[in-house]
Design a binder for this molecule. Structure first.
Ligand code: XIL
Length: 313
């Protein structure tokens, strides 16, 4: 039997993957790998609002329930993703409603979802992608209707619904020393000063094979220095197709560097990939010309990146 990431991971740092709901219910080989390689799982889509509440007040819990049950059977932690996001808002939530109504449905949503999985989800992405590249708050229906206070409110609602869950703010494009990363440092510092229950920062880490983020380690540290946990929440390393042996080696080096950085920072509590097999990755559908972003190929057989992570452990 091959060594697994899960067996080699040091205690105190979780190794996770996003889970594709269809494969979870239909593909035994997928389930086997998911159970043996990872000790944490994130729903790739099943816990997003549009999936959970397609019709107002009518919840579709099945996919999310199945994921949580799978995790419990396999001794895995569940990382909840994601409560407040500008994308994946159900169509019935209207930007034309008065602010009070928008606020009420948002609060109801956060409360319903967190309460349902109270004690069974170890961490939640409470807000996702709230910043723009220039560091300002992203122009979303939440900001427009509710003002910047919606972020603090979301954390307070989530905390009230499950005081034991660790609450994260999740973002992309903050792996290196970017303007967005600088702005996020400021934002979380302010939130913490105001007593908002923010426990950690999630670094999505959708990276490319030919670019290492600038000073990832130093960047993780400055968030850790604020007293926060940090987590790699959605790592994948996309390759401009076709994938050649050389590109796969460079990809492996990027995966390795991210793990190294996480392991070097005691505040880094988990390392999660956004899907583990190239057969089920979101990349080809969203980044034209790119693919082969995961640790396993379409067989699924482990790629050089998988070996690099094992080697680092
Ligand atoms: C993506 C999923 O992987 C896709 O299947 C879905 O169609 C769109 O969302 N940042 C996030 C994730 O926080 O929720 C996104 O997931 C990828 C980018």
């Amino acid at each position: 039997k091959r060594q697994s990431l899960r067996d080699q991971m040091p205690p105190g740092v979780r190794i996770g993957s996003a889970v594709d709901g269809r494969s979870l219910s239909l593909d035994p080989a997928y389930r086997d790998l998911l159970g043996s390689e990872f000790n944490a799982i994130t729903a790739e889509n099943a816990m997003k609002w549009r999936s959970l509440e397609p019709v107002p007040g009518v919840y579709a819990w099945t996919g999310a329930d199945q994921l949580v049950e799978f995790a419990e059977r396999h001794g895995q932690a569940v990382y909840g993703h994601t409560l407040v996001w500008h994308s994946d808002v159900p169509k019935w939530v209207s930007p034309d409603w008065p602010a009070e109504r928008v606020r009420a449905v948002l609060q109801e949503h956060v409360t319903a979802v967190v309460s349902r999985y109270r004690g069974r989800v170890w961490a939640w992405d409470v807000v996702n992608e709230v910043l723009d590249e220039d560091g300002s708050l992203r122009d979303t229906v939440w900001l427009r209707k509710l003002g910047p206070g919606y972020i603090a409110d979301a954390f307070r609602w989530a905390h009230a619904a499950d005081p034991g869950a660790r609450l994260f703010i999740n973002e992309y494009g903050i792996e290196g020393r970017t303007r967005k990363a600088d702005a996020l440092v400021k934002l979380v510092r302010e939130l913490r000063r105001a007593g908002v229950p923010v426990d950690g920062v999630g670094f999505q880490s959708h990276l490319r094979w030919d670019q290492q983020p600038r000073d990832l380690l130093g960047n993780l540290r400055r968030f850790a220095d604020l007293g926060l946990s940090v987590a790699v929440t959605e790592l994948d390393v996309r390759i401009a197709l076709p994938a050649t042996p050389q590109k796969l080696e460079r990809q492996a080096a990027v995966y390795r560097q991210v793990l190294q950085a996480c392991l070097a920072v005691p505040a880094c509590v988990s390392f999660t990939v956004w899907g583990f097999t190239d057969a089920r990755s979101w990349i080809p559908g969203y980044h034209r010309g790119y693919g082969a972003a995961c640790l396993f190929d379409t067989s699924p057989a482990p790629k050089p990146a998988h070996a690099a992570l094992l080697d680092e452990l």
